[in-house]
Design a protein around this ligand. Structure first.
Ligand code: 13P
Length: 248
């Protein structure tokens, strides 16, 4: 999977143009392309993606419906044609101290409404520098993904996004990411059993055209979640091609 997180960039009118600039080969279904634009672009972007490209949102509410001003429900996203939703992105966790506490409910809402969460986890720099990253990720997974969610390889995609690598140009080395992905998979194995072997674990954090092949070469890096470079079609195409080669 190669997923584009546009964050709060582009205007609705430019969204179709950006997808067109990605090129037709990206819409052929392998690797799976997921585009996560701002909410305001979802309704119009679905048709530009055709049948093969998938639409994803960048967050959803933990509630089904009701008096939650400004929130968007998982059912609304599904109704707009979304197949995926990013949950637990560090930019949301950092801005909203309640975000992490809401993760189990958000995951449950997304899954109950037919969306597959692209669930994000990742440690910040002080944790990495203190050597406590495995412990931290184990805690985050245990807190956010309780057994009741009944996760399987279809209803969960995990994105390992070390906070210190997001938008900084300082990416994890492919070996470092591989090591963490193996660890995450072993933890998922505890809650999902054998399904964890088929669960896609993406790497995110300063992925660019010139470093994507390194990530693609690692056996447990099943794709990438791309921020800044997904706004640059040529760069994004190189990333996509690196993962197309991995699967061929
Ligand atoms: P960058 O690729 O800009 O570092 O962002 C990564 C990210 O946050 C994807 O969700």
């Amino acid at each position: 999977m190669v997923a584009a997180n546009w964050k709060m960039n582009t205007l609705p009118g430019g969204a179709g143009t950006l997808v067109e600039a990605y090129g037709a080969e990206m819409l052929c279904g392998h690797p799976e392309l997921v585009v996560c634009p701002p909410f305001t672009h979802l309704a119009t972007l679905g048709p530009s993606l055709g049948n093969a490209g998938c639409l994803g949102a960048q967050n959803c509410s933990e509630h089904l419906s009701g008096a939650y001003t400004s929130e968007i429900s998982a059912a609304m996203l599904r109704d707009l044609g979304c197949r995926y939703v990013i949950l637990g992105h560090s930019e949301c966790r950092l801005r909203n101290p309640m975000e992490s506490l809401r993760m189990p409910e958000k995951m449950a809402q997304a899954i109950a409404n037919g969306l597959t969460p692209i669930y994000c986890c990742g440690e910040d720099l002080p944790i990495r520098e203190s050597g406590a990253e495995l412990e931290f990720i184990a805690r985050q997974l245990a807190d956010d993904l309780p057994n009741e969610l009944k996760l399987n390889a279809q209803n969960l995609v995990v994105a390992y996004e070390p906070v210190w690598a997001i938008g900084t140009g300082k990416h994890a080395s492919p070996e470092m990411a591989q090591q963490m992905h193996v660890f995450i998979r072993s933890r998922l194995m505890d809650v999902m059993g054998i399904e964890a072997e088929r669960t896609r674990i993406l790497y995110g954090g300063s992925v660019q055209g010139n470093n994507a092949a390194g990530f693609a070469s690692q056996p447990d890096i099943d794709g990438v979640l791309v921020g800044g470079a997904s706004l640059k079609p040529a760069d994004f195409r190189s990333i996509f091609e690196a993962f197309a080669r991995k699967g061929s």
